[in-house]
Design a protein around this ligand. Structure first.
Ligand code: FES
Length: 109
């Protein structure tokens, strides 16, 4: 699948998430230390929305419901090995208008 634009970089705030639905995927987008990450939004604990959460000091997305945390680079839960969310290839693209878009490569058939 071609890269899909999820939002503008300016829609993100450092350390906070943004939930975006794209092509049937429920995604969480984060800006942390100037780098953009895209993960599955659905927390495996009780389906909380990671995209409405924040980033902690260990560079993990924290679920706002009960505090489970997932590494932004790997999707792994440091406190519970084997529990993870998917992480997707992400890039930034700036167009001629000067706007910068967050793009993701989703595993579609
Ligand atoms: S639903 Fe995410 S920690 Fe409980």
């Amino acid at each position: 699948m071609p890269w899909a634009s999820l939002c503008e970089l300016s829609d993100l705030t450092e350390g906070n998430g943004l939930r975006v639905d794209e092509a049937g995927f429920r995604l969480a987008v984060f800006l942390s230390n100037g780098k953009v990450h895209v993960l599955d939004d659905r927390c495996p604990h009780a389906h909380g929305s990671l995209g409405t959460g924040h980033v902690n000091s260990a560079n993990c997305a924290v679920c706002p419901l009960h505090g489970w945390a997932f590494n932004l680079d790997t999707g792994q839960m440091p406190d519970l090995p084997g529990v993870a969310v998917s992480v997707y290839p992400t890039r930034l693209r700036t167009v001629s208008s000067g706007k910068t878009f967050v793009q993701v490569d989703l595993p579609l058939p």
